[in-house]
Design a protein around this ligand. Structure first.
Ligand SMILES: Nc1ncnc2c1ncn2[C@@H]1O[C@H](COP(=O)(O)OP(=O)(O)OP(=O)(O)O)[C@@H](O)[C@H]1O
Length: 230
C-alpha cells in the first residue's frame, strides 16, 4: 500500500451484532474525496474508521501510511475531524483558549502559541470573538471555531462529517470554502449536499454498508441520483 492517501483492503466493521461496513476495498488518492449515500449507508462509520475513532474488525487499513490499529496517537496528531455539531469539539471556556487547546501537544513557547492562535483566528474571521465564551456563540460561529481549531494544527488530512448540515447558506459556503482551500491537506467530506460533493476530485458511493461505486464525482453523483429517483 502507498504511504499516502487512504487504502482499505477487505475491511469490515462490526458494531454490536451488526456488520456496519463490509468488504471495503478502496484506494483514495485524490486530494478531495466526497463520501455520499443514503441515510444509514455507513458514511459516518467510514469517517470514524479512517479517523481512528473506531477499529476495524477485519482487513487491512492504511491512512497516510499509518495503520490506526497500531499507531492511533500518531494518526490523531496528523489528522483533524470536523463534525456537524461543533459542540462536540468545543472544550475551553473562551474562543482563544479553545483554539490554543488544539495546539497543546506542540508545547510551543507562549509568544509563539499566541501568534499561531491569532493568525488562525484571523484566517477564520473570529478574531473579534476571541474573549467570548465559546458556548455562547451562534451555530455558524461555533462551526468556524471548530474549523479554526482543526486547521490551526496544519493537519495532513481533514475528515469532515456533514460539516454544513446545520448552517445557513452563507455560513455553509464559508465553511466549505475553508475546507476546499488547498493548504496542503487532504479532505474527506461526508455530505448529503451533492453540490459540495461535485466540488471534490473523487467520490465514493455507499449503500447498505458497502462501497458500491468510486470515481469521478459527476458520474458517481448521477448514479446516486438514479437510486434516489427509484
Ligand atoms: N454503535 C453502533 N452499533 C450498532 N449499529 C450501529 C452503530 N453505529 C452505527 N450503526 C448502524 O450502522 C449503520 C450505518 O450508520 P452510519 O451512521 O454510518 O450511516 P450514515 O450513512 O452516516 O447515515 P446518515 O446519512 O443518516 O448520517 C446504521 O444502520 C446504524 O444504525
Amino acid at each position: 500500500m502507498s504511504s499516502n492517501g487512504i487504502h482499505l483492503n477487505n475491511v469490515g466493521v462490526r458494531l454490536g451484532d451488526t456488520d456496519v461496513l463490509q468488504d471495503l476495498s478502496l484506494d483514495l488518492d485524490a486530494r478531495t474525496v466526497a463520501v455520499i449515500g443514503e441515510n444509514g449507508s455507513g458514511k459516518s462509520t467510514f469517517a470514524r474508521l479512517i479517523g481512528g475513532l473506531i477499529a476495524r474488525t477485519s482487513g487491512e487499513l492504511s491512512i497516510l501510511g499509518i495503520d490506526p490499529a497500531s499507531r492511533a496517537a500518531e494518526l490523531r496528531r496528523r489528522i483533524a475531524i470536523v463534525f456537524s455539531n461543533p459542540d462536540a469539539q468545543i472544550i475551553m471556556p473562551t474562543v482563544a483558549e479553545d483554539v490554543a487547546f488544539s495546539l497543546r501537544a506542540d508545547r510551543l513557547r507562549p509568544a509563539e502559541l499566541e501568534e499561531r492562535v491569532a493568525a488562525a483566528m484571523e484566517r477564520f474571521g473570529i478574531t473579534e470573538l476571541a474573549e467570548r465564551p465559546s458556548h455562547d456563540l451562534s451555530g455558524g460561529q461555533k462551526q468556524m471555531l471548530a474549523l479554526c481549531g482543526a486547521f490551526v494544527r496544519s493537519p495532513e488530512l481533514v475528515i469532515a462529517d456533514e460539516p454544513t448540515a446545520y448552517l445557513d447558506a452563507r455560513n455553509a459556503r464559508r465553511v466549505a470554502d475553508h475546507l476546499f482551500e488547498d493548504n496542503g491537506h487532504r479532505l474527506v467530506l461526508v455530505t448529503h449536499d451533492l453540490g459540495l460533493a461535485a466540488r471534490c476530485e473523487q467520490a465514493v458511493l455507499f449503500a447498505g454498508g458497502r462501497m458500491v461505486a468510486v470515481g469521478e464525482p459527476d458520474a458517481i453523483i448521477a448514479r446516486y441520483e438514479a437510486v434516489l429517483r427509484c
